[in-house]
Write a protein that binds this ligand. Sequence first.
Ligand code: PHE
Length: 456
Amino acid sequence: MSSNKASVHGQWSSRLAYILAATGAAVGLGNIWKFPYIVGENGGGAFVLVYLVCILLIGIPVMMAEVMIGKRGRKSPSNAVRALIAEAKAKPFWRLTAWMGVTAGFLILSFYAVIAGWAFAYIFKAGSGEFVGKDAAQIGEMFGNFISNPHELMFWSFLILAMTGVVVAKGVQKGIEKAVGYAMPAMFILLIVIAIYAAKYGDFAQAFNFMFAPDFSKLTINGVLEALGHAFFTLSLASGVMMMYGAYLPKETSIFKSSIWIAIADTVVALIAGLAIFPIVFGNNMEAGAGPGLIFQTLPIAFGQMPMGILFGTVFFVMLVFAAFTSAIALIESSVAWLVERYSFRRWQAAMISTTVLWLLGVGTIYSFTEASWTQFTIFPEQKTFFDNLDYLTSKLLLPLGGLMIAVFVGWVVDKKVAKEEIDLNEKAFKLWHFVLSYVAPIAIIYVFLHLIGLA
Ligand code: PHE
């Protein structure tokens, strides 16, 4: 088997196209919505440091392993893994590596589309001046009313999923590449604009201090697990995405170099997002630890009081939608490709089936904020709503455990020679990568879990 042949679904037109698409997958709500609020909840600098270590030591090596599986197998994750299992004469058990990922990706998209829908709706709220002159209580009430109206939320998540479906139906080059080619540069420019605005009108010094001065007394083991899970989430690892995008990689593209670029771009965006949001939060004397409502409640209060807040508030939410959109595209692609491979559907049929199921599943998240029966729903410790449990199951369990399986599969099961053929590193660097993947990453992940359940 060789990775010369293209996948049946097509192939990226260039190295840059791949990097843009994969960066688009990585950069999303995770960077702009989630990263700042979990940094806020976990006390700032120390958490940021642990997160950076996780990206470097675990995220990048696992990303390379995943892209390698895709590139070798040239198919949707389950079939790509299957091909590698055959090549290694390994047990079918390892197919779980792909299935866990694709399942996690699917579940993530079901709530991702809902939150992206919030952002979409907030473009119009910001643009029509709804935040102007409102105090915290009024903005809180506005958010409360908004998320307790299921029909409206179903409309917005429908819109996001429909847009995603249309792009993915058009295929790898004509759909995904084209959409990402517009959305990513636009998103980045808008983010810079917001950061400059925040530095000018907010409290930049306090924000900088909060994010980069580590206070380890504020870090808990749960915080460490959260940083680990978020490293996977933000790089779109263990969710089928990187395997899928790797399957479309032109042969000559370097897995190592492109992975480094993607990780750097993703990290830079998260840090800029923090440096754009916290100055606004602190400059207006607000709390950093507001949780998931941080950018939907805290920021609007600030925008409502700041000069040119209508304009910049609108720009902020447009930017957020662009970021989320390119991730949603990535999240759905592996299900679509799998349906095409497995049942010979056309792409548009597969896209329609996936978006419909996702939309229905998303209702669970929507009801998590409104219906009593869904808001009292505890499966995992301390998780109260259906959405909380979904988030816990995916980010804290499936992604880290999926990452563990990928590391072990590529590190221990796949033949070293096969990995070497796909990963273009010199002898020394390859050995280092293989060592980190086989030992450091699995031990670190297992350690965090053992610690969590009180055994280490
Ligand atoms: N990485 C995306 C983000 O940070 C989320 C995501 C997770 C996308 C998993 C694809 C797969 O928003």
